[in-house]
Design a protein around this ligand. Structure first.
Ligand code: PL3
Ligand code: FE2
Ligand code: FE2
Length: 242
């Protein structure tokens, strides 16, 4: 399984780093926004765990591998829970459950219908690319405790993205149509989740444009790796704007 080291290094070594522009981690505004962002991340990691376990039920011969990925997600969840505690913040889990509910519903529907391609697209491509982009941006402006934890997490998320990529690549001949259709339905949900989180993220000094840019890089790289051509990728990406 390959990792995407080159991209990681390029992103982390940006010349206009945020040194000297860190937010005030103890301000009320920061903590208020963190109570929602932290909850989103905790809920996202928990749902990622559940989703990998569920995907394993659709491919029993791969269920051990998927259980390993699922276990990593629980570790991430515990790490981010510690980040909230460290700042004295209580995560708003009710908010986070609602935040994920449309995507959660689509995943459950696909699972019930045995649509493995859609499940992989939602969890291993869209959610992982969303997490990777958010974590990269967060690492640049996080408190030292959370920065260390997030750096460890983001490495694992590339493994998860690659796992989905490899499956979709190996099955592309039979899954392309479903992949494109599922993307059309679910990419707009990611876009709207990004819009919903933008205000709180900016309170944490995370820039909306930067989040979008990082997402599009991870998403497009991943589609290239799966074996789609530039025109197909452009068409798929357009689902985010129309
Ligand atoms: C899959 O492994 C994880 C799924 C989590 C999805 C999280 C999306 C996060 C968007 C909000 C910005 C987070 C910044 C990080 C703060 C701890
Ligand atoms: Fe994770
Ligand atoms: Fe993950």
């Amino acid at each position: 399984m390959q990792t995407v080291e080159t991209h990681q290094v390029a992103v982390l070594d940006r010349p206009n780093g945020s040194e000297g522009h860190l937010p005030d981690f103890n301000s009320e505004n920061y903590k208020d926004a963190y109570s929602r962002i932290n909850a989103i991340v905790i809920e996202g990691e928990q749902e990622a765990h559940d989703n990998y376990v569920s995907i394993g039920t659709l491919i029993p011969d791969k269920s051990d591998e998927l259980l390993k990925l699922a276990r990593m997600e629980l570790k991430h969840m515990r790490g981010f829970t510690a980040c909230g505690k460290n700042l004295g913040v209580t995560a708003d889990m009710k908010f986070a459950k609602e935040f994920f509910s449309p995507l959660h519903g689509n995943f459950q529907e696909a699972l019930t219908a045995g649509k493995l391609t859609t499940c992989f697209l939602i969890q291993a491509i869209l959610i992982e690319a969303f997490a990777i982009s958010a974590y990269h941006v967060y690492i640049r402006v996080a408190d030292p405790f959370a920065k260390k934890i997030t750096e460890g997490v983001v490495k694992d998320e590339y493994l998860h993205l690659n796992y989905g990529q490899e499956w979709l690549k190996a099955n592309l001949a039979t899954c392309k149509e479903e992949l494109i259709q599922a993307n059309k339905v679910n990419l707009p949900l990611i876009r709207s989740m990004l819009d919903q989180v933008a205000k709180d993220a900016s309170e944490l000094s995370m820039d909306r444009e930067e989040l979008m840019e990082e997402f599009m890089i991870a998403y497009q790289d991943s589609l290239t790796e799966i074996g789609l051509d530039n025109r197909e990728i452009a068409r798929m990406a357009l689902a985010a704007v129309v």
